[in-house]
Write a protein that binds this ligand. Structure first.
Ligand code: NAI
Length: 504
């Protein structure tokens, strides 16, 4: 359907889009209001492709052919024979609308106009066009050739034929087409909101440091980067603007509330790598990773008592305590000496110990969502005695696995963050923003999560996730944590989280 493709805007995105399609065999015409931008883009792509030749990944012949398929356009008029034009110019509604108006006077009636916008409404961009049915979103990720996913965004009036055409084109180029309706943040920038905003909430309540939160999330669920490393890489100004934009567009739904802390840090210029200081400090572009503080060594002279109905958790704790030479009591109630460990789901340690009638000065909590062999989370509460905390911390790390000590909160770090990711994912499925399969695949490809939100739900147990959310909502009294009906129904009916709303 699309053999001749016009790309407008030869910046970071436009040059990548041009390279992608020239590589997959389409003729590409690249236009920019600044001629030097086109020259730079072509030189950049030439350099990249030459590196592939040097590595033996691309033949000299294919290199010449690919470069030959990427041509500069001196004027917009030169795009008149294109089957598809993709714009990747500045992110300003009026400028994009004006460009599409100009293009409609140049191109054929059946030429599709696609926008690479990441935050504007495709429907609004199309609203000033004579033929809004030929306008669609085609949202790539940076760097385009390496990020093997593109969102194919269906505006309110986009013709289904063109959506299918873009899907076929993406497949030809080896990119996964994630079809999604035109909603705020589309699919990926919407689903990605939970990770960062929830981490900022945890930080702003003084529960853990950015470094602790990053370590816990790398070693537990296996995220390649923690949220604060990611903020630093992306630039907090960019991330905060996306958080604000999605929040505004969803009319202040508390699920998306951005962080006052991020706003302050942006004002202070603590943007991350690009300013040399964000949540981490950077020297010569390298992140300075603060040393993990070694806890003081203390004598363990108390037995432990554990409240859990999970045999695996009990045997893990038992093994760790044995390595420390400590005993685990097996009675229904703790002795008068015992350090009590509880394993709440979405409840804070305080609430859990009150429910169980345990002594506040001797009760601490451990996170059963953690990867026990990699990193453990120990949570204290305001009444816990310092010597009790020190003994528990030492005993639980005696086998060499690090223990993060955090302050009392519902859901620790992993439960709370993962439950938020899953809850938002299921809400996206509920709103029909993506099919369950598209959702999970898109999130893994675009955000690099080790699992998609629905697969995370099955991994940690959807019943436990729902319990955690219900308790988070009860402790905070905030609709931010209200469980999605999609999640609740599938727990109630014991169906997989990928089960559709009705069976064909
Ligand atoms: P950029 O600033 O690197 O490049 C934009 C290019 O467009 C510049 O070369 C500029 O001269 C040219 N331009 C501006 N107005 C023009 C006009 N009226 N006609 C022709 N050329 C014009 O921007 P970047 O990062 O490539 O972003 C482009 C678009 O892609 C934006 O809509 C952005 O939101 C979107 N996007 C950006 C991503 C990113 O990671 N940078 C990711 C996904 C989407």
């Amino acid at each position: 359907m699309f053999n001749r493709i016009g790309v407008i805007g030869a910046g970071a995105m436009g040059r990548g889009i041009a390279q992608l399609f020239a590589t997959s065999g389409q003729q590409v015409l690249l236009y920019d209001t600044r001629k030097e931008a086109i020259d730079d883009a072509l030189a950049f792509n030439r350099n990249l492709l030459q590196r592939s030749v040097a590595k033996g990944k691309l033949s000299e012949q294919d290199f010449e052919a690919t470069m030959g398929r990427m041509q500069p356009a001196a004027t917009l008029e030169e795009l008149k024979d294109c089957d598809l034009v993709i714009e990747a110019i500045v992110e300003i509604l009026e400028v994009k609308q004006k460009l599409f108006d100009q293009l409609e006077a140049i191109v054929r009636d059946d030429c599709v106009l696609a926008t690479n916008t990441s935050s504007l409404s495709v429907t609004r961009i199309a609203s000033s066009c004579n033929k809004p049915e030929r306008v669609a979103g085609f949202h790539f990720f940076n760097p385009v050739p390496l990020m093997k996913i593109v969102e194919v965004v269906r505006g309110e009036r986009t013709d289904e034929r063109y959506i299918q055409g873009l899907v076929d084109l993406a497949n030809t180029a080896g990119h996964f087409p994630a079809i999604t309706p035109d909603t705020p943040g589309f699919l990926v920038n919407h689903a990605g909101r939970a990770f960062g905003t929830e981490a900022l909430r945890i930080l702003s309540e003084g529960i853990a440091t950015p470094q602790q939160i990053d370590r816990i999330l790398r070693d537990g669920p296996g995220f390649r980067m923690g949220p604060f490393e990611l903020f630093d890489l992306t630039g907090l100004d960019v991330s905060h603007a996306v958080m604000e934009s999605v929040y505004e567009q969803f009319y202040h739904d508390p699920r998306y509330t951005p962080s006052f802390m991020a706003a302050q840090r942006v004002a202070a210029g603590l943007l991350g790598r690009k300013t040399g200081q964000g949540f981490y400090r950077y020297e010569n572009g390298q992140k300075i990773e603060p040393q993990e503080a070694a806890p003081e060594t203390v004598l363990i002279n108390r037995p432990f008592w554990l409240h859990t109905d999970d045999d695996a958790v009990r045997s893990n704790v038992h093994a760790a305590l044995s390595a420390a030479g400590a005993t685990l009591e097996d009675g229904n109630q703790p002795s008068d000496e015992a350090i009590c460990l509880v394993t709440p789901l979405g409840e804070d340690c305080t609430t859990a110990l009150i429910h169980l009638g345990l002594p506040a000065e001797r009760t601490l909590a451990i996170d059963c969502f953690a990867d026990w062999d990699k990193r453990r989370t120990l949570m204290r509460q305001p009444a816990a005695r310092a010597d009790i905390v020190a003994q528990a911390r030492q005993a639980l790390s005696a086998d060499g696995v690090p223990v993060e000590l955090i302050n009392d909160s519902p859901g620790f770090v992993i439960q709370r963050l993962i439950a938020s990711v899953i809850n938002l994912g299921t809400e996206i499925a509920q709103k029909g923003i993506a099919t369950p399969e598209t959702l999970d695949r898109a999130i893994q490809l675009a955000l690099g999560y080790p699992k998609g939100p629905l697969a995370f739900g099955e991994h940690y147990g959807k019943h436990r996730v729902l319990t955690a959310l219900n308790n988070l909502q009860a402790v905070y009294g905030e609709p931010r944590y209200r469980p999605s009906p999609w999640l609740r129904r599938r727990v109630q009916l014991d169906l997989p989280l990928t089960a559709p709303d009705f069976q064909e």
